[in-house]
Design a protein around this ligand. Structure first.
Ligand SMILES: [Fe+2]
Length: 470
């Protein structure tokens, strides 16, 4: 780090970047790692290599991937930055050249260099480990060494003409894998036409669809969701607005008067087949799952009353909570209901139930603590929602400790839903260190089956996934 970190909530405590790359060959393990667990857990997050420029936001740091390779009851840890052109040009300069969210004077050294920091998600598909950002293409990563192999363009097909130039296309950081076909469904969004493109990648990594979808207005779309029958394009009022950018320095404005416009497309349909439903303004960063029964389409999601990102925005409402939209696609109606009132987000399911009837959701949650202990640490708990019974169980950490996004790993490929393990990274505040917790998915309140202790901390990050061995 050439300069000290500037003062920022997103550079303090466990948000601060971890500046070393390395390996812990045999970390201390408390308990027993289940022998059925064989594979690797990869997690991506924002980790700026240099003291950032102005307007730093957690969303804008360089991607760093952390990997836990697990086999025969043993675990090996490794971490590396994703070597994007942005990372390399800043390493050459020995300082940050890109700014965060907001106004800045661009440095001439980054002219023509993509801002893709590849920091948001990491997912195994079609025999490749891919690191995702939401406004560009993914990067291919070596699954063993975490070396960056390069930009992944889906066998040369991932380009699009925008404003007269052919440029790399964009892929969401939240693609969805169809558990029956192993297809990868995704989309790209852009302030420049076309504003939304629906992508389908087959099990061999080839683009089979890349279709433009007409939208009511161009918006920021972080995630989407699909059932076996329908796809939801959530056009929420985080609107691209370059006129307001002069005031806010931010290309997205919160315009609740536009309402939420929810586009439901049959999986086999196209832009002309999208049915649009207008409903109350809200924002959602993440969707849990969706299921269709005939013309009924049910979507579970984390609801916010506003975006909360725009510098001049008055933030409305509280933290995200679990909600459900039920669409009657034939009648053209949608209703919204709250499923729980506890603050929660980053919900994950058994990946074999994606787009289907499902029961188990594992998420981050915030539980109140006795008043005498002060304000609760955000995401001090893991939640297990039973969507059939409506019940919720939890695993609360010690005071000051914090969980990162959980993932679910089935015990065996054909184990029943929810029979398996929940993996999550926990930050231990008192020791300023991180552990990987391996929990019994059917009894998350119990002590972990195993705790893998790292000698250092892993900064708060975004998303990750499991790659089974073999
Ligand atoms: Fe996300």
């Amino acid at each position: 780090m050439s300069k000290p970190l500037p003062k920022s909530a997103y550079l303090s405590g466990n948000f601060a970047p971890w500046l070393m790359e390395g390996e812990v060959h045999d970390p201390v393990v408390i308990g027993e790692i289940p022998r059925e667990l064989a594979g690797a857990y990869y997690r991506n997050g924002s980790n700026p290599q240099f003291a950032p420029g102005p307007n730093y936001h957690w969303f804008t740091g360089d991607g760093m991937i952390h990997a836990f390779h697990i086999e025969d009851g043993r675990c090996r840890y490794r971490n590396r930055w994703v070597r994007t052109p942005r990372f390399e040009v800043e390493r050459e300069a020995g300082k940050a050249l890109f700014s965060g969210l907001g106004p800045s004077e661009p440095d001439p050294r980054i002219e023509g260099v993509s801002g893709n920091s590849s920091n948001t998600n990491v997912l195994w598909h079609a025999g490749k480990l891919l690191s995702y950002w939401e406004a560009g293409p993914p990067y291919e990563i070596d699954p063993a060494t975490l070396e960056t192999i390069g930009l992944w363009d889906y066998h040369g097909a991932f380009h699009r003409e925008r404003m007269g130039n052919v440029v790399p296309d964009t892929m969401t950081a939240h693609p969805k894998i169809d558990p029956d076909t192993d297809e990868c469904l995704g989309f790209g969004y852009s302030p420049m036409a076309p504003n939304l493109v629906y992508h389908v990648v087959d099990a061999d990594g080839r683009l089979t669809r890349s279709d433009e979808i007409e939208v009511p207005y161009p918006c920021m779309m972080h995630d989407f969701v699909a059932s076996s029958e329908h796809v939801l394009f959530p056009v929420l009022p985080a609107v691209f607005n370059f006129e307001k950018m002069a005031d806010t320095g931010f290309p997205v404005a919160w315009e609740p008067e536009r309402g939420s416009q929810l586009g439901v497309m049959p999986r086999g349909g196209g832009s002309d087949d999208v049915v649009w439903f207008e409903t109350d303004p809200c924002f959602s960063f993440h969707y849990v799952n969706a299921v269709s029964h005939g013309s009924e389409f049910v979507v579970d999601y984390w609801r916010l009353d506003s975006l909360g990102l725009v510098p001049t925005e008055r933030i409305a409402g509280g933290p995200p909570t679990l909600h459900r939209w039920t669409f009657d696609v034939a009648k053209g109606t949608v209703k919204d209901e709250a499923l729980d009132d506890a603050p929660a987000e980053f919900g994950r399911i058994d990946p074999r139930r994606a787009g289907k009837e499902y029961r188990d959701v594992y998420s981050l949650g915030t539980l109140a603590i006795p008043q005498s202990e002060g304000e609760p640490q955000f995401f001090n708990s893991l939640f297990h929602y039973d969507m059939k019974s409506g019940s919720r169980r939890d695993h609360r950490l010690r005071e000051g400790d914090t969980f990162g996004e959980p993932i679910f790993v089935p015990r065996t490929p054909d184990a029943k839903e929810g029979d398996g393990f929940v993996l999550a990274i926990a930050h231990r505040a008192a020791e300023n260190r991180s552990d990987l917790l391996i929990l019994d998915a059917q009894d998350i309140a119990a002590d972990p089956l195993a705790t893998v202790q790292l000698p250092h901390r892993i900064p708060y990050g975004f998303h990750g996934n499991w790659r089974p061995a073999g």
